[in-house]
Design a protein around this ligand. Structure first.
Ligand code: MF3
Ligand code: CO
Ligand code: CO
Length: 259
């Protein structure tokens, strides 16, 4: 028996609404990403927007996590805690990750932002990571193996000279924050369970310039950094398996036509 929930139409509709709100919150956050602004200020705008739309930020209080978003700069791979001490500066690249709970349903999405001009190397990392997510999404269809998502992502990332974070994964999502299955971003072709219509999960590749391994900050217990302090990038969408392919529930800009 697999523990992967097949969502019913009512659950899908609820999760779809939460996903739209999470994506709208990311768009709203963009205007605050500027030189001199602290990540704490961005987080408080995010929290206000989510609450004003009748939802709850899923991260706040989750296993003791203190904030309404994760904001991960430069060498931070994920779970960066917004802080008044973290001030954006020119050339920074950052991921903002937002998870909403709306009427009990979860939507989870993240993407990269940059402050002013960034280096060509940082830009290549960001473009490659975005393409990794796109390749993963193209694998979503009934009966395909979850392992093929990580297979195509890792093959492409490595061909571009980058490494793939293996210590954090995508996940089933919707009625809880983190459900089965674990969606690896590096895996063997045709490994893992098969996708079925009504499954909902995230794909959220974290791609590194240097080594793949991460360290968790000893002081805050959350912030994951590259071991070599080189750059890391991440993009995340929440995806529904349809009868014929996929629907990207957090895609409010129609970048991924439903298949
Ligand atoms: N949103 C993250 C994810 O994509 C999880 C953050 S959990 C937190 O799964 F506790 F760090 F906020
Ligand atoms: Co996620
Ligand atoms: Co997320």
């Amino acid at each position: 028996m697999s523990g992967i929930i097949i969502k019913n139409p009512e659950q899908i509709e609820g999760i779809r609404k939460s996903c739209v709100l999470a994506a709208e919150t990311l768009d709203y956050a963009e205007q605050f990403v500027k030189e001199g602004v602290s990540t704490e200020e961005i987080d408080s705008k995010i929290e206000e927007f989510i609450i004003n739309h009748g939802a709850i930020p899923a991260t706040k209080g989750y296993n003791g996590y203190p904030k309404s978003s994760c904001i991960s700069l430069n060498e931070v791979v994920c779970h960066g805690i917004p802080s008044e001490k973290t001030i954006l500066k020119k050339g920074d690249i950052l991921n903002i990750d937002i998870t909403t709970i709306l009427n009990g349903y979860y939507g989870d999405t993240s993407r990269m932002f940059s402050v002013g001009e960034i280096s060509p190397a940082a830009d290549k990392l960001i473009q490659t990571t975005k393409h990794c997510l796109d390749l993963g999404i193209q694998q979503v269809k009934p009966d395909n193996h979850f392992g093929n998502i990580g297979f195509v992502i890792s093959r492409y990332a490595r061909a571009q000279g980058f490494s793939v974070v293996y210590e954090f994964c995508g996940h089933g999502v919707g009625v809880k924050f983190h459900e089965d299955p674990q969606v690896d971003h590096t895996s063997r072709r045709n490994s893992g369970p098969r996708m079925k219509p009504g499954m909902i999960f995230t794909i959220e590749p974290m791609i590194n310039q240097g080594r793949a391994s991460t360290n968790i900050d000893r002081t805050d217990g959350w912030t994951a950094r590259t071991v070599d302090n080189k750059l890391s990038a991440q993009f995340e969408h929440t995806i529904l398996v349809t009868a014929t392919g996929f629907e990207v529930l957090t895609d409010i800009h129609n970048n991924y036509p439903v298949t």
